[in-house]
Design a protein around this ligand. Structure first.
Ligand code: B12
Ligand code: SF4
Ligand code: SF4
Length: 299
C-alpha cells in the first residue's frame, strides 16, 4: 500500500480515479491510456510577489519554466511513496488539468475559468502523474464557491474575453503567444507574455501569504531588453531563454509583444519602429502589425 499521507504532508496533492475523470468529463478512454487507473494531481504555487515594471511577463512565468520544474518536483514527490509505474504531465497533457484539480479537491473553477484554491487563489500551476496503480482512498471535490456574486474578472478583462467561459481568440494570453492579424485586440496588453489582469482583480489573490519554491521567483531573464533581443538570432533567443516558459513563442512574437507595450507607453521612436520593420519586412503578420503600431506613435 502506498503511503499517501506522507505525500499530503509535503505537497498540495489530491488523488482521483481515472474513471471518475472520464465520467465527469464525458471523455472516452483511449487505447493509449487503456491501463490508467489513477491520477495524482499536484498544484505548485508560484511567486505571489508583485514586481513593478511595464514590460514584465505574467507571474506564472517569472521564474524557471514551470514545465520543467513541475516534472522534477513530481518525480521527487513520488519517490517518497516509492511509486515506480507512472507518467508525469504538466500543461502539455492529454488531461484537462483544471478539472483534474477540481475533482481532486484542490479547488473550484471560477468565472475567470481558472481553478481557485482556498489557500493560493489562482496563483499556482498544475501537474499530474497517471498510473495503473490503485489506491485505498481517493479524494473528492471540496465545498467551495469562489465567486458568490463577484464579477470582477469579467468586468476587468479588457477584451471582454470572459463570457460564461473563455473566448480564446480575444484573450491576451492567447494572442501574445500566436501570430494574429487582430491588431486592435493587442492594444490592451499589459504583459510581454501571458496576462494577469483577471487574476490581479480576483479577491482570492489579494494579500496572499504562502511559501513557494524559490525556483518560481522573478529572475533577471524576466526582463528583456528590446535592442538586445533584436540582435539575437532565433537560436540565440532559444538558448538564452531555454529555462523560461516563453522560450517557445519565438523571438519575433516576443519583439511584437514588447513593441505593442512600448507603443502603448509611447516609449519608442518612429526611427526604431522603422528599423524593426525593415529588418523583418518579409513576415506579413509582423510587418502589418508594425505598420499598424507605427500610426499610433506620437511624433
Ligand atoms: C490551452 C490553454 C490555455 C489557452 C486557452 C484556454 C482555453 N480555455 O481555451 C490560453 C493561452 C488562453 C491560456 C491562458 C492561460 N492559462 Co492556460 N492552459 C491551457 C491548457 C493547455 C488547456 C486548457 C483547455 O484547453 N481547456 C479547454 C476548455 C474547453 O476548457 P476551459 O474553458 O478551460 O474550461 C471548461 C471546464 O473548466 C468546464 N468546467 C468548469 N467547471 C467544471 C467542473 C467539471 C467537473 C467539469 C467536467 C467541467 C467544468 O467549463 C469550461 C467550459 O467548457 C491548460 C493545461 C491543461 N492541459 O489543462 C492550461 C492551464 C489551464 N492554463 C493555466 C494558466 C496559468 C493560464 C494563464 C493564467 C496564464 C497567464 N497568466 O497568462 C492564462 C489564463 C487565461 C484564463 N483566464 O483562463 C493553468 C491554470 C492554473 C489554474 N489556477 O487554473 C493550466 C492548468 C496550466 C498548468 N499546468 O498549470 N491557457
Ligand atoms: S487572461 Fe487577460 S485577456 Fe485573458 S481573460 Fe484574463 S483578463 Fe482577459
Ligand atoms: S474575480 Fe470574482 S468572479 Fe472572477 S474568479 Fe475571482 S471571485 Fe470569481
Amino acid at each position: 500500500m502506498y503511503n499517501l499521507a506522507i505525500l499530503k504532508e509535503n505537497y498540495d496533492v489530491g488523488v482521483i480515479k481515472y474513471d471518475t475523470y472520464l465520467k465527469e468529463t464525458g471523455f472516452k478512454r483511449s487505447k493509449k491510456y487503456a491501463n490508467i487507473k489513477s491520477i495524482i494531481v499536484f498544484i505548485f504555487p508560484f511567486a505571489n510577489l508583485k514586481v513593478s515594471g511595464k514590460y514584465l511577463p505574467a507571474r506564472f512565468s517569472y521564474g524557471i519554466d514551470y514545465h520543467r520544474a513541475v516534472v522534477d518536483e513530481i518525480n521527487k514527490a513520488l519517490n517518497l511513496i516509492n511509486l515506480k509505474n507512472y507518467q508525469v504531465f504538466s500543461d502539455i497533457s492529454f488531461l484537462q488539468e483544471k478539472i483534474c484539480g477540481h475533482l481532486a479537491g484542490l479547488g473550484t473553477i471560477g468565472k475567470n475559468t481558472l481553478l481557485i484554491n482556498p489557500k493560493y487563489g489562482t496563483q499556482f500551476v498544475i501537474g499530474e502523474a497517471v498510473t495503473s496503480e490503485e489506491f485505498g482512498e481517493y479524494d473528492d471535490v471540496i465545498e467551495f464557491d469562489p465567486c458568490n456574486g463577484c464579477n470582477l474578472c469579467v468586468q476587468a478583462c479588457p477584451n471582454c474575453a470572459l463570457d460564461n467561459g473563455l473566448i480564446k481568440n480575444k484573450c491576451l494570453s492567447y494572442l501574445n503567444q500566436v501570430d494574429s492579424f487582430d491588431f486592435p485586440l493587442y492594444d490592451k496588453m499589459k504583459n510581454i507574455y501571458g496576462c494577469d489582469i483577471c487574476q490581479d482583480v480576483c479577491p482570492h489573490n489579494y494579500n496572499k501569504e504562502y511559501t513557494y519554491n524559490k525556483l518560481y521567483d522573478f529572475n533577471d531573464k524576466s526582463i528583456i531588453d528590446l535592442d538586445e533581443l533584436i540582435n539575437l538570432t532565433e537560436e540565440e533567443y532559444k538558448l538564452k531563454y531555454f529555462d523560461k516558459a516563453f522560450n517557445w513563442i519565438t523571438k519575433l512574437r516576443m519583439i511584437r509583444n514588447i513593441v505593442v507595450l512600448k507603443v502603448k507607453h509611447q516609449e519608442i521612436s518612429l526611427e526604431k519602429i522603422d528599423e524593426i520593420i525593415n529588418k523583418y519586412k518579409d513576415v506579413t503578420w509582423f510587418y502589418d502589425h508594425m505598420q499598424y503600431l507605427r500610426k499610433k506613435v506620437k511624433k
